[in-house]
Write a protein that binds this ligand. Structure first.
Ligand SMILES: Cc1cc2nc3c(=O)[nH]c(=O)nc-3n(C[C@H](O)[C@H](O)[C@H](O)COP(=O)(O)OP(=O)(O)OC[C@H]3O[C@@H](n4cnc5c(N)ncnc54)[C@H](O)[C@@H]3O)c2cc1C
Length: 386
């Protein structure tokens, strides 16, 4: 692994830094107008969908430059490059890889322009970790599929215009992964009911979604019938070098240190206490390990090799750090830790309280720690099956 950047990569990093110096105000000055302006600026630079092919409207950039771009952005806590969250993360890559020309034309530019949100209909009641057992049914009838069943924990469902949906189109297949099909479904189709679920910080962030004889045109079938599992696994492996995530976590640790410096423990700044220093050092060590893992993933991607089970290692570290740093921050705040955001003077505007209540996104979303441990044990360490 060569840690040095080539001249071109160095020049690209300088260009990104110059852009940030010229266009990114301090965090406290970033209002809604700025967010709108930022969205247009980064789109004009073709930095949204940076590595997507130019023919579909992407930037046509390479993986290494993409990592540089994301790292520089995370370093300065810049807003995201594009706001169509799931569209950019996995729907777009899946459509680019498996979609028809018509689907690429209908959806990709809209994702890059953040015209609307997508949501993801994978999990069902009692079917989350064991996703391949999904039961929501799709039956082909002429030029459409008829969908019946239920999805749950569907993030953004009440605001999304489209859903990427997994349905079972064939029962009793030899392997449960077969017979699963991927459909692109318009959320205002007759027969869809969305029932929001409140999370523990009282945000209706996700929802249950019910399908009652919902007709989905065959033109919205992604890939082939029965190819749904392959599409899902392939799309989720996209853009997972994790380098920008590591930079984001380092910035998070800077804030934690700042909090420890400003909090008192036994009449002295908490940061001078050996136990506090040890805890922070443990988090920093984990993030440093994540960075090296991220560079390994990046090297594989540059060589054109697919990413597999190894990304579970960083997912596991992220879950640990996100959960325990927020809890530790509240410990440092003492009784102030109990003041809810929006009430009288919470420290750091209540950011740690919000994070302490929001850990489940990083910990459970995309697969729980137990599942990541199973993957590492079975597929990396070669231990017997669970
Ligand atoms: C914030 C958030 C957002 C989400 N957004 C979406 C979304 O947009 N779309 C979507 O489809 N889903 C979404 N999910 C659902 C998420 O993917 C599932 O919750 C997750 O996969 C776990 O599934 P489950 O809830 O059914 O738990 P279960 O699979 O029932 O697991 C329950 C417990 O059993 C453990 N367990 C299960 N199987 C094993 C095993 N084989 N070995 C050891 N332990 C095991 C788990 O680790 C867990 O502790 C979201 C979840 C959260 C929290």
């Amino acid at each position: 692994m060569d840690f040095n950047l080539t001249e071109e990569q160095q020049a690209f990093r300088d260009e990104v830094r110059r852009f940030l110096d010229e266009n990114l105000p301090p965090e406290e000055e970033r209002d809604e107008m700025f967010q709108l302006k930022w969205g247009k600026l980064v789109r004009e630079k073709r930095w949204v969908g940076f590595s997507w092919p130019k023919e579909v409207g992407g930037g046509g950039g390479d993986i290494m430059e993409q990592a540089i771009l994301k790292e520089e952005m995370a370093n300065r806590r810049a807003p995201p490059l594009g706001t169509c969250i799931m569209g950019l993360a996995w729907v777009g890559p899946a459509i680019i890889q498996y979609g028809t020309q018509d689907q690429k034309g209908r959806f990709i530019e809209d994702i890059l322009d953040a015209k609307y949100q997508w949501c993801t209909g994978y999990s069902e009641p009692d079917i989350g970790s064991d996703l391949a057992s999904l039961q929501c049914k799709g039956v082909r009838e002429g030029d459409h599929f008829v969908v019946n069943g239920q999805k749950t924990w569907t993030s953004l469902a009440q605001w999304a215009k489209w859903m990427i949906l997994l349905v079972r189109t064939k029962a009793n297949t030899e392997k449960k992964h077969d017979g699963i099909t991927c459909l692109l479904v318009e959320m205002d189709s007759p027969g869809i009911t969305v029932a929001p679920i409140q999370n523990m910080s009282k945000q209706p962030f996700f929802a249950e979604v019910f399908f009652d004889d919902v007709k989905v045109p065959v033109a919205n079938l992604l890939g082939k019938e029965g190819q749904g599992w392959q599409i899902t696994i392939g799309a989720l492996a996209n853009e997972r070098s994790g380098i920008s995530e590591v930079t984001g976590l380092l910035r998070e640790l800077d804030l934690l240190k700042e909090l420890a410096r400003n909090s008192q423990l036994g009449g002295r700044p908490a940061l001078e206490d050996a136990r506090v220093r040890r805890r922070i050092a443990e988090y920093e060590t984990r993030v440093a390990a994540m960075r090296f893992n991220g560079l390994r993933y990046l090297t594989k991607q540059i060589r054109g090799e697919p990413l597999g089970s190894e990304t579970s290692v960083n997912k596991l570290h992220t879950a640990h750090i996100e959960k325990y740093t927020a809890e530790f921050a509240l410990e440092l705040q003492g009784s102030y830790g109990a003041i809810a955001p929006g009430r009288n003077h919470p420290i750091d505007h209540g950011r740690w309280q919000k994070e302490a209540l929001g850990w489940c996104t990083a910990v459970i979303g995309g697969g729980t720690p137990n599942i990541q441990k199973n993957i590492i044990a079975e597929r990396i360490l070669g231990l017997p099956h669970d």
